[in-house]
Design a protein around this ligand. Structure first.
Ligand SMILES: [Zn+2]
Length: 123
């Protein structure tokens, strides 16, 4: 092979050019760059962000589901309250989800009692 810097022929096993003394290849500098690549600030910030997203996500999921699927929304909201105690985040939304879910379940039971039961009696 030939020297990168001066172009003079070098032995393939030689680590330095005998003519100019420069390293025969830039390969040794690559592994340190590769190991240095994972940046520490991102790794440090990610767990905090995911923890907040999990708490808010669960509370929001319970809040939204309380409109459509009260039973699942109630369960998710209770989980959201439990996580909110740990992280101190999204507690109000989770409680709102529990209240809304409870109201929806109560309304559902009332509808069943007022609509379905009279129909059964009539039949
Ligand atoms: Zn050279």
């Amino acid at each position: 092979m030939y020297c990168i810097k001066c172009g003079s022929p070098i032995d393939d096993n030689a680590k330095f050019c005998p003519n100019c003394g420069s390293p025969t290849s830039a390969v040794p500098s690559v592994p340190p760059a590769a190991t240095y690549y994972p940046s520490q600030p991102q790794q440090a910030s990610q767990p905090r962000q995911t923890a907040q997203n999990q708490t808010n996500g669960c509370a929001i999921a319970g809040f939204v589901l309380s409109f459509f699927m009260p039973l699942i929304g109630l369960i998710l909201s209770i989980i959201g309250v439990g996580k909110a105690k740990e992280c101190g985040n999204g507690k109000g939304l989770a409680i709102a989800g529990i209240v809304l879910s409870s109201i929806d379940i109560a309304v559902f039971i009332l509808v069943v009692l007022l609509v379905v039961l009279p129909l059964l009696v009539l039949i």
